[in-house]
Design a protein around this ligand. Structure first.
Ligand code: FAD
Length: 508
């Protein structure tokens, strides 16, 4: 009998498990993959190390206050074993043909640079930042609303409900439509790839929240994102807990109306584990897939009614030589073919990617000492890969491999156009597709950030840490929204729901 069983070893699950372990709980973490960490895992090829789902993190600055609040929480969880490296300033660079703009922190610097670059647009810039500030405040009220006890939530809803609703319903595209200069609008909207929706679906509230996370700086884990699992799992084990890899949860067992354990397959055999409560951090659809249909059917229908967000292809490049001299930096590059920045890559067979995200992780982690790497990422519609979704490696047919090779060549050519001096340094390349993403982290339709981030999702009561099934809690990005920090916070909130004394760790 475990105190708590946590499903999924992504940062959401690991945060919940580690926080409970710090309270003395014996926690069992079950992970279907052979490597822990979910999207924080890294992988090696011929000496090059690649990160899968982390390019930058906010909230871990060394300063006191909000700038370093997430870092202090991680410090408490990991016993100060996690350290972060500053990715420099500007930290996001937006490039369109004949145009480049570096986004700086703090927000005041970003705003000043915009005012210098677009002297005729001061009113539009000021209106945008005012609106973003209000959208962020609305997001905070929304999260408070969800966490507060019912009578206080009622009061909060009376006070802030209309503003939350307005800001949730306003899309990024609507906000950008008020901006006359297409290049200014392109810079302000460029970073929608940081969460799970294109500008026409994305609530301005989510855009404000995610991009605002970097207002105090952009950081990368020293030693790479694998450090999350490397530092947190020992804390879980030290408290008597365990991590089981290759353990695919099939069923969440409910007895007498309360979640009391799980059935999982490991090494081809079915196992059973029991606990006081279960935290599921494997995504909303996967959680519903593990429950009997009779358990809270309306809630399950609401969970599965949400569509997965867009997917992506990622080209991993191993390079040789001085990549800084050849034009690389620790910033992220947002590259668009035109100021029309809101298009997904719909037809990878027939067209170039309309937008690319390029990052050089080896430059973000000076401690790695490894050879240089680059990652070229294009948000795409998983429909192009639909015939092969769900097929495991080894069972993927020739037509998939040929299509993948074609997309890989196309992305290599686009990378060479944008970084001509770096292209001859490429010694290794490998492509990940929506099929890859679905396989490694069981992301439905290979979604990059789980459920699509839209107004309906923001307003839903179903995506809460507390569920209608007593003893079952949810954590991870489907509860909180995209990103390491958000997913970790949802894990923390799930732990707080079990051990309320943990709440004080959130104000460190
Ligand atoms: C390409 C890419 C780039 C990104 N870049 C950034 C970035 O720069 N900064 C940032 O903050 N965020 C970034 N993100 C987002 C961030 O990585 C995620 O939001 C976050 O890691 C999600 O954590 P999670 O714990 O919710 O889910 P996951 O990490 O997906 O963990 C879920 C885990 O559950 C396991 N699982 C699923 N089903 C089962 C089952 N039945 N049984 C057992 N285990 C199961 C999966 O294998 C997985 O390990 C990026 C994501 C991607 C894909």
């Amino acid at each position: 009998m475990w105190d708590t069983i946590v499903l999924g070893s992504g940062i959401g699950g690991l945060t919940a498990a580690t926080a409970l372990a710090r309270r003395g709980q014996r926690v069992l973490v079950l992970e279907q993959h052979q490597v822990a960490g979910g999207q924080t895992q890294t992988f090696q090829r011929q000496g090059w190390t690649f990160a899968t789902g982390v390019h930058y993190i906010g909230g871990v600055a060394p300063q006191v206050g909000e700038a370093g609040q997430f870092g202090r929480l991680l410090g408490w969880l990991s016993g100060d074993a996690l350290e972060f490296h500053d990715c420099g300033n500007p930290y996001d660079i937006v490039r369109l043909p004949g145009f480049e703009f570096g986004i700086e922190h703090p927000e005041a610097a970003y705003r000043d640079r915009l005012r210098e670059r677009f002297p005729g647009q001061h009113a539009a810039i000021d209106t945008w930042f005012d609106e973003v500030k209000r959208a962020r405040a609305a997001a905070m009220s929304l999260f408070a609303l969800r966490a507060l006890p019912a009578p206080l939530a009622w009061g909060m809803k009376l006070w802030r409900g209309a503003e939350i609703e307005r800001m949730s319903q306003r899309s990024l595209a609507q906000a950008l439509a008020d901006i006359a200069d297409p290049y200014l609008a392109a810079v302000l909207g460029a970073r929608w790839g940081d969460y799970g929706a294109t500008p026409d679906h994305a609530p301005l509230l989510e855009h404000a929240l995610v991009t605002g996370a970097y207002n105090h700086g952009s950081y990368f884990p020293l030693g790479g994102p694998a450090r999350f699992a490397q530092t947190l799992v020992p804390v879980i084990r030290a408290a008597g807990g365990a991590l089981e890899l290759g353990a695919s949860v099939q069923r969440i067992r409910v007895k007498g109306g309360r979640a009391c354990g799980v059935d999982y397959v490991q090494g081809g055999q079915m196992h059973q584990a029991d606990a006081q409560q279960v935290i599921s951090a494997i995504g909303a659809h996967n959680t519903a897939g593990c429950l009997d249909a009779a358990q809270a059917p309306e809630w399950q229908a609401e969970l599965t009614g949400f569509e997965p967000g867009f997917s992506y292809v990622s080209l991993y490049l191993g390079l040789e030589g001085d990549i800084v001299a050849a034009g690389a930096s620790a910033a992220n590059y947002w590259l668009y073919a035109s100021p029309d920045i809101g298009r997904l890559w719909q037809r990878p067979a027939d067209e170039d990617a309309p937008g690319l995200f390029v990052s050089f992780p080896s430059l973000k982690d000076p401690s790695s000492g490894g050879p240089p790497t680059a990652e070229v990422l294009a948000p795409c519609d998983a429909a192009a890969f639909a015939p092969w979704l769900g097929l495991p490696p080894g069972e993927r047919p020739e037509d998939y491999l040929a299509f993948k090779a074609w997309v890989e060549e196309r992305l290599l050519a686009q990378f060479a156009q944008h970084f001509p001096a770096l292209a001859p340094m490429v010694r290794f390349h490998e492509l990940a597709t929506p099929v890859t993403q679905q396989h490694y982290v069981r992301a439905p339709r290979g979604a990059m950030y789980g459920l699509e981030m839209d107004a309906e999702r923001l307003g839903s009561q179903a995506l809460n840490v507390r569920t209608p099934v007593p003893g079952l809690l949810l954590a991870g990005q489907d509860v909180s929204g995209a990103g390491v920090q958000a997913a970790a916070m949802s894990g923390m909130m799930a732990a707080v729901a079990i051990e309320p004394a943990l709440l004080r760790q959130l104000s460190r």
